[in-house]
Write a protein that binds this ligand. Structure first.
Ligand SMILES: Cc1cc2nc3c(=O)[nH]c(=O)nc-3n(C[C@H](O)[C@H](O)[C@H](O)COP(=O)(O)OP(=O)(O)OC[C@H]3O[C@@H](n4cnc5c(N)ncnc54)[C@H](O)[C@@H]3O)c2cc1C
Length: 473
């Protein structure tokens, strides 16, 4: 029986094992699959904690429905009834400006205005900032196809104020990134396509919305259609996907709390050296660890590949989930939360009003808030101790939302070097890594460092890798 070892038991590794199992079954083949993971429980960044009636996501808390692969996987796993839409189709988002929360103008999608009247009446931007955003429709398309930073792209198309107050905190913020280094081509390819195809982001976004409305109407026509919102999650938390995947790959051996330290290749395949001093043999190896960990694993086998992998930078963040008694909070929390521009000089990057965004996240008489700390500009804050982080976040919530209550729960999750950064030139680096990897028959490298940072991208890549593994075995 052919042996496949998957290094890393996050969503990438687990779904690769699932797709491999399914494909092999369809083809009547038997495979011996092993997953090795450093942590003592699989799931990687996905951690769901239930405590005191709260449901807290330590890492990711949802996926984008626009990228269909995660939802498709859930449906394939029989989890369709567990899919959960946000409480409203489009929740309000606020932006902190000069110490006050201002509503992100209605119709601004990601960073693109699609409705001019709410933009005009917005208290977030200056008059010139609004006019400059509206003028985007008339900004000629860029001639060069060279990659550029998110910062330069937004300044060019929507103006500096849109970058500082909207694109920086809202768009770069999702990656915990610095707009002045992030690649627009690799981080947000849709914006580049809109400029290319429509000559304008506003025109492109409006066209896309029309298309989406059309397909939503078609969806509603089908009786069984359940609500699908921009962000989707799972009723019992994303950890349910991990548990369900584990249930479907029962024949896969899972070696936990063990790192793969080294990988070598000889005529009869690959040998993996594990931290418990054991070795594993494999005909094919899929590595789904963060790029710097993958770099260390392949170092003795291929120095050039290792070096290239190590050029992908990561940033650290922390999520701080805090629950309060509802009666203690005067703030209306009428929306999904707020983001904070760097220029505000705050110690948190963004805050989600979790219990307003999703049903079933807090007991009836409580609210749940999740704050993001760290990112490209403030990584050191992640290293503060728990008491310091808690005090820092409470002080910011007091100043911004007027919360002066004792929390009933506070959970801190540190994510050290967990967010890959697609900086300018990323596409070229990924192509070189793919070329170097292809020189090693039976070796596959995947994960969020390469072609999409979200769960849905990971699932898409996992399926593609599984197909290639089986084709070539
Ligand atoms: C705070 C935070 C919030 C996020 N929010 C969202 C969100 O809302 N929606 C979304 O779509 N995405 C989100 N993401 C991104 C999402 O978490 C990732 O896309 C996804 O979890 C990556 O999965 P993965 O399997 O590729 O990697 P990981 O989850 O990082 O798994 C890699 C695994 O490799 C293991 N490993 C490392 N080194 C070794 C070694 N040497 N040997 C063996 N095992 C090893 C690790 O233990 C880990 O389990 C978020 C990320 C973070 C950090």
């Amino acid at each position: 029986m052919k042996k496949v070892v998957i290094i890393g038991g996050g969503i990438s590794g687990l779904s690769t094992a699932y797709f491999l199992t399914e494909l092999a079954r369809e083809e009547g083949e038997a495979l011996d699959i092993t997953i090795v993971d450093k942590k003592d429980s699989p799931g990687g960044n996905i951690i769901t904690v239930r405590e005191g009636g709260f449901l807290i996501e330590g890492g990711p808390d949802c996926f984008l429905s626009e990228k269909p692969w995660a939802m498709a996987l859930c449906k394939r796993l029989g989890m369709e009834d567990s899919l959960l839409a946000t409480t409203t189709a489009r929740g309000k988002t606020y932006v902190l400006s000069k110490g006050k929360l201002h509503l992100l103008p209605e119709g601004v999608i990601l960073m693109v205005p699609t409705k001019m009247v709410p933009l005009l009446f917005s208290s977030l931007l200056t008059m010139w900032g609004k006019i400059r955003m509206g003028l985007e429709m008339f900004v000629p398309k860029r001639k060069s196809t060279e990659d550029e930073t998110l910062g330069s792209f937004v300044r060019r198309r929507l103006g500096k104020e849109a970058l500082d107050k909207i694109a920086g905190p809202l768009v770069a913020g999702v990656h915990g990134g610095d707009p002045e280094t992030m690649s627009i081509k690799s981080s947000f390819p849709k914006f580049v396509e809109m400029e290319e195809n429509y000559g304008s982001l506003i025109k492109g976004m409006i066209a896309k919305m029309k298309l989406m409305k059309g397909s939503a109407r078609q969806g509603q026509a089908k009786k069984s259609a359940k609500p699908v919102t921009m962000f989707m999650t799972i009723k019992n938390g994303l950890g349910d996907i991990v548990d369900t995947l584990l249930g479907k790959i029962k024949e896969t051996k899972i070696i936990k709390a063990t790192t793969v330290d080294n990988l070598t290749k000889d005529t009869d395949g690959y040998t993996l050296k594990l931290s418990n001093d054991e070795t594993l043999k494999a005909d094919a190896v899929v590595i789904s660890t963060p790029a710097y960990a993958t770099s260390a694993i392949v170092k003795s086998m291929d120095g050039s590949l290792s070096e290239k992998l190590d050029t992908i930078p990561y940033v650290s963040t922390a999520t701080v989930s805090i629950g309060f008694k509802r009666a203690d909070i005067a703030h209306p929390m009428d929306g999904f939360g707020f983001v904070i521009p760097k220029s505000e000089g705050r110690k948190i990057m963004a805050t989600s009003w979790v219990s307003k965004k999703w049903a079933g996240r807090a007991p009836e008489d409580c609210v749940l808030i999740r704050c993001f700390v760290g990112g490209a500009f403030d990584q050191d804050l992640v290293e503060l101790n728990d008491d310091e982080i808690k005090a820092m976040v409470l002080s910011e919530l007091k100043s911004i939302m007027g919360i002066d209550a004792e929390p009933v729960i506070c959970k801190i999750f540190r994510w050290r070097r967990a967010m890959p950064q697609y900086t300018v030139g990323h596409e070229g680096r990924v192509a070189e890594i793919a070329e170097l990897t292809d020189k090693h028959e039976g070796l596959y490298i995947t994960g969020s460092a390469f072609r999409g940072i979200g769960i849905s991208d990971n699932v898409r890549e996992a399926e593609a890798v599984a197909e290639r593994v089986l084709e070539r075995l």
